[in-house]
Design a protein around this ligand. Structure first.
Ligand SMILES: *[C@@H]1O[C@H](CO)[C@@H](O)[C@H](O)[C@H]1NC(C)=O
Ligand SMILES: *[C@@H]1O[C@H](CO)[C@@H](O)[C@H](O)[C@H]1NC(C)=O
Ligand SMILES: *[C@@H]1O[C@H](CO)[C@@H](O)[C@H](O)[C@H]1NC(C)=O
Ligand SMILES: *[C@@H]1O[C@H](CO)[C@@H](O)[C@H](O)[C@H]1NC(C)=O
Length: 515
């Protein structure tokens, strides 16, 4: 009896372990996605997983959100998967805002063709109330398709789509396209005095209704001297439809693009995180800067807590007292969460933290309306320590394999129960040599050196079929990981089957002896 219960315990542990790592879906790392905050949900859509086998790996129809109305820890994120309602074609380098007549619609803009050459409509809208995507009818002529830009929404529901590119280095533009998200019409703003054409810049709406534009690059090729300086910033006055140039002073960040920038809680400071420059390695300690827009002086903020790596191609949103950084590239998902939280409530010292405390509920009309999303969503609980394997294994292995494994385990359990003979060594237990094969470590894919800050030059570079867009490859590609984890799983399966066979042999032997 005692033997039995310890056997159950071992099996149960194994069972839980397998359930945890294999039967959970978790979003893989991505970059050049969109992260949109609507009704206390941070929606993640689109993006790429980097260059794999010389072509760009585009994230499929993944669509999920993080509920930010409740506390969470970045090491245990509860993603809600709503991919089943996603009708937007695979894409990356899009931009999104929250707008619309009720100020709770998610607008997605992407001009250029996705990889499969399917021309996706310019604008999609997502209504969180009905959990559905729509291709809105927009009046006015616009055939301009741009990507790698930053859409900014003003307080009148107008979305400003300045600059960007159309897929090749010689099609970067500096025009101002304006989408009225309330009456659904296209308009155009001035480009007199606008900065030179660029992509992957930073942009923020300031309380004085001017949009500030920072940095960027003059071409798609990642490893070239195309990164723009940040000592000059540009202001677009949304009231006057006019541009001005502002020089900055202080501790100006080195040239960079593909960083994130947000407005601080005082409405005065612009906080910049991450970015890339082929010619300068941006270290974690060099990844955070603040621009005081009352003096246009840059400084390096005092910051506590730990940041393991710089990121680029990520997104950032201000939620409550945090700058919430999502996904991106150049971090190791087995070591660092897809989500970083910078507590920006104290201007004298920002803090990298893991625990998110939701802001007190604000009496906004839209947040009072109950949404139906909880009915169609599936909670995905994911400890970050196992995120890599959960991600890769979870993605790689369909639920059928998962189910088969569970069936095997259930069968084992059944046999175990039926056969009351002692057999201490039939099943590997944690701690013994065989049991160690079940250790998490053996299922983890080799580390990606590429995340190492000093190794930027090692990144492989390849163009996708735009002929110009370059995304850095990560040492071990996602697809390769899938192969690895597949074989790891195969090994695990084999071991279980072998154990099962042993079980049978022993059992039948014992039965024969008894006869
Ligand atoms: C929409 O909501 C945001 C806050 O989430 C607010 O800053 C903005 O002014 C609102 N826009 C409109 C048009 O009401
Ligand atoms: C939408 O609003 C803009 C100004 O914000 C106006 O110029 C345009 O005519 C309006 N379009 C429609 C269809 O109402
Ligand atoms: C910047 O880096 C690129 C690629 O690594 C190189 O071709 C270029 O010469 C560098 N420029 C400078 C100024 O170092
Ligand atoms: C690299 O770019 C910077 C600024 O864009 C420029 O000052 C510098 O001369 C460039 N270097 C080369 C080698 O092209």
């Amino acid at each position: 009896m005692l033997k039995n219960s310890s056997a159950y315990f071992v099996l149960w542990t194994l069972f839980q372990f397998l359930v945890e790592i294999n039967c959970q879906m978790a979003p893989p790392r991505r970059d050049s996605h969109t992260a949109t905050l609507v009704d206390n949900k941070l929606y993640i859509l689109g993006g790429t997983g980097g260059v794999i086998d010389e072509s760009l790996y585009i994230i499929g129809n993944d669509f999920f959100y993080l509920d930010v109305s409740v506390p969470f820890n970045t090491k245990r994120l509860l993603w809600k998967d709503i991919s089943s309602v996603n009708t937007v074609p695979d894409h990356y380098d899009a931009t999104s805002v929250k707008g619309g007549p009720n100020n709770n619609t998610f607008f997605l803009y992407r001009g250029t063709k996705p990889k499969d050459n399917v021309m996706m409509p310019l604008v999609y809208t997502f209504d969180p109330q009905s959990n559905s995507w729509t291709i809105p009818k927009i009046t006015g002529d616009n055939t301009i398709r741009k990507d790698s830009l930053m859409g900014i929404i003003d307080n009148n529901g107008k979305m400003y789509l300045w600059g960007g590119g159309m897929g090749t280095d010689d099609t970067l533009v500096n025009d101002m396209l304006i989408l009225d998200t309330i009456n659904l019409s296209w308009g155009k703003g001035s480009s007199v005095g606008a900065p030179t054409p660029r992509i992957n810049y930073g942009a923020i709406l300031l309380p004085n209704r001017k949009i500030i534009y920072i940095g960027g690059r003059t071409g798609y090729y990642l490893f070239s001297n195309n990164t723009l300086a940040i000592n000059e910033v540009y202001l677009y006055d949304t009231d006057e439809d006019s541009w001005s140039t502002q020089s900055t002073s202080g501790d100006v960040p080195s040239n960079r693009h593909s960083f994130s920038s947000v407005l601080g809680l005082d409405g005065q400071r612009v906080i910049l995180f991450g970015g890339f420059n082929a010619n300068i390695t941006i270290a974690p300690k060099d990844s955070l800067y603040v621009l005081d827009t009352s003096t246009f002086e840059w400084y390096v903020p005092k910051v506590s807590g730990t940041l393991l790596s710089n990121r680029y191609y990520h997104k950032a949103n201000v939620i409550g007292k945090y700058m919430v950084i999502s996904f991106g590239t150049y971090y190791d998902p087995s070591e660092e969460s897809h989500i970083l939280l910078l507590d920006i409530s104290n201007n004298d010292e920002y803090k990298w933290v893991n625990d998110f405390e939701p802001p007190p509920p604000s009496p906004s009309p839209s947040s009072k309306i109950p949404t139906s999303s909880s009915q169609t969503s599936t909670p995905l609980s994911l400890p970050v320590s196992s995120s890599t394997k959960a991600t890769i294994i979870g993605t790689a292995i369909g639920s059928s394999v998962c189910g088969a494994l569970l069936a095997v385990i259930c069968f084992l359990l059944y046999r175990w129960n039926k056969n009351k003979q002692k057999r201490e060594n039939a099943i590997p237990t944690p701690g013994n040599e065989e049991g160690n094969k079940y250790n998490h470590e053996n299922l983890i894919i080799p580390k990606r050196n590429i995340y190492n800050q000093g190794n930027q030059e090692q990144e492989k570079i390849t163009g996708d079929n735009h002929g110009s867009e370059i995304i850095p490859v990560v040492g071990t590609s996602t697809l390769q990981n899938i192969d690895n984890s597949d074989s790891a799983l195969q090994q695990l399966k084999n071991e279980i089957l072998q154990t099962l066979r042993q079980e049978f042999m022993q059992n039948s032997g014992q039965q024969n002896n008894g006869k």
